[in-house]
Design a protein around this ligand. Structure first.
Ligand code: S3P
Length: 193
C-alpha cells in the first residue's frame, strides 16, 4: 500500500504529533475531504490515505470501470472491504468516498473504529469544486446530485463526531478549524517524549 507521504519542510511536521485513532473524513463528492486530509497530514507529519485511491490500486482498476463492468453493488462490496482494512492498523487520516455511509455495516465501522469528521457542502458548491465529473459515476447531473446529497445528509449526521461547514472556506481555514478540534478531542496529540 502506498500512503500519501507527508512532506518534511513544515514547522510542525517534525514527528512530534500522532493520531490516537483513525480519523475518517466523510461528506459529499467534492466536499474537499481529500485535500483536507492531505493538508493536515503535511502540517502535522501524520499519515493520510485516500480510500478510493487505495481501492483503485488494490483492484488494479478505476472506480468508473468497476461501476461499468460489475455495477455499483460490486463496488460497494470492495469499498466495505477497504474500509475494514483502513480502520485497523496504524491510525491514518482517511478520506472516504462520498457513498461510504450508505451501508449500515460501514456506518458501524466508522462509528466504532474512529473519529468522524463530516464536511458539509451543497451539491451546487460541490459541482463548482469538482474539476471533472467523468470519474464519478454518481455525479452525472445536478438534479441527481442534489437528491443524493439530501438523501445522504441524515446518514452523514448519524456517523459524525463533528459536523463542519465547508462552505466558502479555504483548505487552510478548514485545516486550522479541524486541527483545533482534533487536538481538543485528543485524537491528534503530541507524542510523549
Ligand atoms: C461516490 C463517491 C466517490 C467514489 C464513487 C462513489 C459516491 O468518491 O467513491 O464514485 O457514491 O458518492 P468521492 O466522494 O471521493 O468523490
Amino acid at each position: 500500500m502506498e500512503l500519501d507521504k507527508p512532506s518534511l519542510n513544515l514547522t510542525r511536521n517534525d514527528g512530534t504529533y500522532m493520531l490516537t485513532r483513525p480519523v475518517f473524513f466523510v461528506g459529499f463528492m467534492g466536499s474537499g475531504k481529500t485535500s483536507l486530509a492531505r493538508r493536515l497530514a503535511r502540517s502535522y507529519g501524520v499519515a493520510s490515505v485516500d480510500a478510493d485511491t487505495y481501492l483503485e490500486r488494490r483492484e488494479g482498476r478505476k472506480i468508473k470501470e468497476i461501476f461499468a463492468s460489475d455495477g455499483e453493488e460490486a463496488f460497494r462490496d470492495v469499498e466495505t472491504a477497504v474500509l475494514r482494512e483502513l480502520a485497523t492498523g496504524d491510525p491514518h487520516l482517511i478520506s472516504c468516498g462520498g457513498g461510504v455511509i450508505g451501508r449500515e455495516e460501514n456506518r458501524e465501522i466508522l462509528k466504532q473504529q474512529g473519529y468522524v469528521v463530516y464536511l458539509e457542502v451543497t451539491a451546487d458548491e460541490a459541482a463548482a469544486r469538482i474539476r471533472s465529473t467523468s470519474t464519478r459515476p454518481l455525479f452525472q447531473n445536478m438534479e441527481q446530485a442534489r437528491l443524493l446529497n439530501e438523501k445522504r445528509k441524515p446518514l452523514y449526521e448519524e456517523v459524525a463526531d463533528v459536523h463542519v461547514q465547508a462552505r466558502d472556506k479555504s483548505v487552510s481555514a478548514l485545516a486550522h478549524e479541524v486541527a483545533s478540534l482534533l487536538i481538543e478531542e485528543g485524537v491528534l496529540c503530541q507524542r510523549p517524549r
